[in-house]
Design a protein around this ligand. Structure first.
Ligand code: MD3
Ligand code: FE
Length: 203
C-alpha cells in the first residue's frame, strides 16, 4: 500500500502498525530517558511541539540557532540509543520506497497537543541531501502540508493517521512542509497527543 504523493515522496499507509507494540514501548522508554521539552527558536519563542531525540545525533534549537548535537542540552548526557524497532522500521520503510541501505543516525521525536503546529520550513541541517528522511506518525491524526521549493508554492494537504509512514528523498527532499494546528482529538492508546518520529542521516 504505497502511494507516491509527489515525485520521490511515498506514503506507506499504516505501515508502522505491524510493529506497533514494540514501537510504543520503545517510544515510552526513550521519552523516560530524555524527556520531551519545548525548545526555543533563535527568535526566543518556545516551539509549539515538544521535542526529544534518540540516536547518535539529536536536533536541537536554542538562541544560537538550529543544529545537530551528540548531547542532550538538558542533561549534557548522550541521547538515548536508537531502539532496534525504530532502526528497522526506518530502514525497511526507506527500502520499500526505493532507498536502499538507509541507516539513520538521528531520530527526532515531536509531540503535538491540541493547537500545536509546525510552520512551513525546509530541512537543511543535514550534511547529505541525497539521504532520504523517514517520518512516522503516531496517535492523533494531523494534516501535513506539503509545498514546493519556495515558501509561496501552493501546498498539498495530506491527512496522516496513526501508523502512517512517509519517505522523502530525491526531488522532494528540500520541499517546504509543515503541520496544521492539531484538532482536539484522542487516540485510544496515546491520548490527546500526536507523535512524529523523524529519521535522518544527519552526520
Ligand atoms: C518533507 N516534522 O521535524 S515530518 C520536522 O510531523 C518536521 O512533526 C513534521 O517537519 C512532523 O522537521 C513533519 C515529515 C517530513 C520531514 C522532513 C521532510 C517531511 C518532509 C523533508 C522534506 C520534505
Ligand atoms: Fe521538517
Amino acid at each position: 500500500n504505497k502511494l507516491e504523493i509527489v515525485k520521490d515522496a511515498y506514503l506507506l499507509k499504516r505501515y508502522a502498525l505491524a510493529n506497533e507494540k514494540p514501537l510504543l514501548m520503545d517510544l515510552a522508554q526513550v521519552i523516560s530517558q530524555a524527556p520531551l521539552r519545548h525548545m526555543m527558536t533563535k527568535m526566543g519563542f518556545a516551539m509549539s511541539a515538544a521535542m526529544t531525540n534518540c540516536g547518535e545525533l539529536g536536533w536541537v534549537s536554542d538562541r544560537q540557532g538550529y543544529r545537530y548535537d551528540m548531547k542532550d542540552p538538558a542533561t549534557n548526557a548522550a541521547w538515548p540509543l536508537m531502539p532496534v524497532s525504530f532502526q528497522q522500521l526506518a530502514t525497511f520503510a526507506a527500502a520499500e520506497a526505493g532507498f536502499d541501505d538507509f541507516v539513520p543516525d538521528a531520530c527526532l521525536i515531536n509531540q503535538y497537543q491540541v493547537g500545536a503546529s509546525m510552520g512551513l520550513h525546509q530541512d537543511k541541517n543535514e550534511l547529505d541531501f541525497n539521504q532520504p528522511i523517514v517520518s512516522v506518525s503516531l496517535g492523533v491524526p494531523a494534516v501535513f502540508q506539503f509545498g514546493g521549493l519556495t515558501r509561496t508554492d501552493k501546498t498539498l494537504k495530506i491527512p496522516l493517521v496513526h501508523g502512517d509512514v512517509v519517505v522523502w528523498g530525491g526531488q522532494s527532499r528540500l520541499n517546504f512542509h509543515g503541520i496544521a494546528p492539531l484538532k482536539m482529538n484522542t487516540h485510544p492508546i496515546l491520548g490527546a497527543y500526536r507523535y512524529n518520529l523523524t529519521f535522518r542521516k544527519a552526520g
